[in-house]
Design a protein around this ligand. Structure first.
Ligand code: ATP
Ligand code: MG
Length: 586
């Protein structure tokens, strides 16, 4: 007696806690909603509007400049939405420029995936460009700086150059090669280009000020020797420009008006401006915003590559990855990702965005668009004893109740059905509204049934549940006058389609993985993938296509996986119907 009281009390407490959590999730959702409704222009929109109004530029030109050394992730999506979004808003255009100045890490397969991802997100670039197309032009710029006495060839080793740099509080020292004549510099630089020297033998440096308070201005490197094959220029070059000497110049060549990048480039801005000024180029300007960081994941290509190479995930497009291709395979829609990028806004300070917001956005979108289907993940056989054997009745269910134009589908009903194990309880507590001996529930789009008997084997394991149905209770034409509290999803056993279902959870167990001490991979979630080899689906799912999204009633949103074949249909769960993580935290 005592004990049952205690457990009852515990159950009430648990329920209360769950409710608080659900409320909290709902409140966050509402806060996000308000956030996006009341948002004014962001600081970049203000700058652009002012510049255009002042006639500083004729029209806005932005660029998205990925380095083709990995797949794009949701952080890049933020940058894409920002750059393309600004151009759309102000009637300008955006270039897609591959920042391919480092031959060692870049590959053509990445170029293709990047183009596919940008297009999939819903954006079209004006020009497809490559920083490597400017190699001749950049070389000419370097010559111009040498001629102006603003660049020199340095024979110092990397260690010597580092030692010359000084520290933020101590000025650097001049290289012994700093005073080389223009003629000598021109000659050696040309020799560097023609391949006379091995890697690392010499570099070209800008001649600025070794005592400059900004360390990036202390005679930064412009070119290095690298005898490496480039994915586009092949072996034409053995010297390659550094980021700082390629990026701003590429912007200027393309007449980019507003070059938007992430905060870590703030100290580079002075150098960006210096090169443009000394070379007398189009006055592109750099602006910085905070990069997107998200909870329970990593957002650096280097770390994502490790996960792929060490097989912690099945590939760049593993549905648990924060890559665009992973999110796409998981069932995310471009609309939901754009909505997410819009809601988080443009920040000037680093922050960590709750992945729950991304999930909220996809639920919002899929609720409006996903087709409804019934799928039983963990089956319990139900036999309707008063339903004729061999009879199959076609019932109808709406494709999507949120969309009156979506039409309907046919669902077979028969004497033998599956429901979820968790929707039946032999010794149910009061207020259990699902199926239990003597209790009635409605089967969605079908009839009210009553549980009459439980059939067990010798060990006491439940084999099946015997029910009767109420013929007058058919959904849509119910004259039974019976009211039941619970409605269950189900499938007809004879027509059910076997499918594999993959349920995903967060890839990491740590909220802020960047704060992890030691190896970040120690915080991988061992339960991030759960495979259900055989779930039972209503037959309408047989014709599912890769671009279709579904809500499996009461189970979440799902999409077909690309590994599916005619014999093996596989579905990925995009997201649950509610924030299950909040519950799990209990
Ligand atoms: P990573 O650190 O993941 O390797 P990256 O900055 O080296 O990324 P790039 O290919 O150079 O990747 O990035 C292309 C553009 O996307 C750049 O303008 C970069 O600033 C932007 N970007 C990259 N990561 C993020 C992020 N997390 N949030 C917002 N913008 C980002
Ligand atoms: Mg980069």
């Amino acid at each position: 007696m005592e004990r049952s009281k205690i457990s009852k009390f515990a159950a009430v407490l648990k329920k209360l806690r769950l409710r608080t959590h659900a409320c909290a999730a709902e409140m966050t959702a509402r806060a996000y909603q308000t956030m996006s409704d009341t948002k004014g222009p962001n600081f970049l929109e203000e700058i652009v509007a002012k510049d255009l109004e002042a006639g500083k530029y004729k029209s806005l030109v932005t660029r998205f400049p990925p380095e083709p050394n990995g797949y794009l992730h949701i952080g890049h999506a933020k940058s894409i939405c920002l750059n393309f979004g600004l151009a759309q808003e102000f009637g300008g255009y955006t270039n897609l420029r591959f920042d391919d100045t480092n031959p060692v890490t870049e590959e053509t397969q990445y170029v293709e995936s990047i183009k596919q991802d940008v297009r999939w997100l819903g954006f079209q670039w004006e020009n497809e460009l490559y920083a490597s197309d400017y190699f001749d032009q950049l070389y000419a710029f370097a010559i111009k700086l040498i001629e102006k006495g603003l660049a020199y060839v340095d024979d110092s080793t990397a260690e010597e150059i580092a030692a010359q740099k000084g520290t933020p509080t101590r000025p650097g020292t001049n290289s012994p090669y700093r005073s080389r004549s223009v003629e000598e510099n021109l000659r050696i630089f040309e020799e560097m280009r023609t391949g006379k020297y091995p890697d690392g033998a010499k570099v070209l440096r800008a001649k600025i000020d070794m005592a400059h308070p900004n360390m990036h201005m202390r005679d930064p490197l412009m070119y290095r020797i690298k005898h490496a094959h480039h994915h586009r220029t092949g072996d034409a070059w053995c010297i390659y420009p550094m980021y700082d000497f390629a990026h701003g110049q590429s912007d200027a060549i393309e007449h980019i008006t507003h070059s938007v990048c992430t905060l870590e480039f703030i100290p580079h801005r002075e150098l960006y401006d210096w090169f443009i000024e000394k070379l007398e180029l189009f006055p592109s300007r750099q602006y910085e915003f905070a990069r997107l960081n998200m909870t329970y994941t990593v957002m650096s290509k280097r770390k994502l590559l490790q996960l792929v190479n060490e097989k912690h995930v099945s590939g760049w497009d593993d549905p648990r990855m924060p890559t665009i291709s992973g999110l796409r395979r998981r069932g995310y829609t471009p609309e939901s990702i754009r909505d997410f990028c819009d809601r988080i806004g443009v920040a000037k300070r680093e922050n960590l965005i709750d992945v729950g917001l991304l999930e909220f956005c996809v639920r919002e979108d899929l609720n409006k668009t996903a087709l409804r289907r019934m799928v039983v993940l963990d089956p319990l056989k139900v036999v309707i004893t008063n339903y004729p054997e061999g009879k199959v009745e076609m019932l109808t269910g709406e494709e999507n109740p949120e969309d009156p134009n979506s039409g309907s589908r046919e669902i077979p009903f028969s004497r033998e059905l599956y429901i979820e194990q968790e929707d039946f309880m032999e010794n149910a507590p009061k207020k259990y509204f699902r199926l239990a001996p003597g209790q009635m529930v409605r089967l969605k789009h079908a009839y009210i049934i009553k549980c009459e008997d439980v059939v067990k084997d010798a060990q006491g394991t439940i084999l099946e549940v015997h029910c009767t149905y109420i013929p007058e209770s058919k959904s849509g034409e119910d004259t039974s006058g019976i009211n039941v509290k619970g409605t269950l999803h189900w499938v007809s056993a004879g027509q059910a389609l076997p499918i594999e279902v993959r349920l995903y959870d967060r890839l990491f167990t740590l909220e802020d993985v960047s704060e992890a001490e030691g190896d970040f991979k120690e915080h991988l979630n061992p339960d991030s993938l759960q495979v259900i080899p055989t779930a039972w689906a209503e037959p309408a799912l047989k014709t599912a296509g890769l671009d279709e999204r579904y809500q499996f009633l009461r189970k979440g949103y799902f999409t077909l996986d690309k590994d599916s074949t005619a014999d093996k249909i596989i579905f990925n769960r995009t997201v649950g119907l509610r924030d299950m993580w909040a519950k799990k935290g209990q």
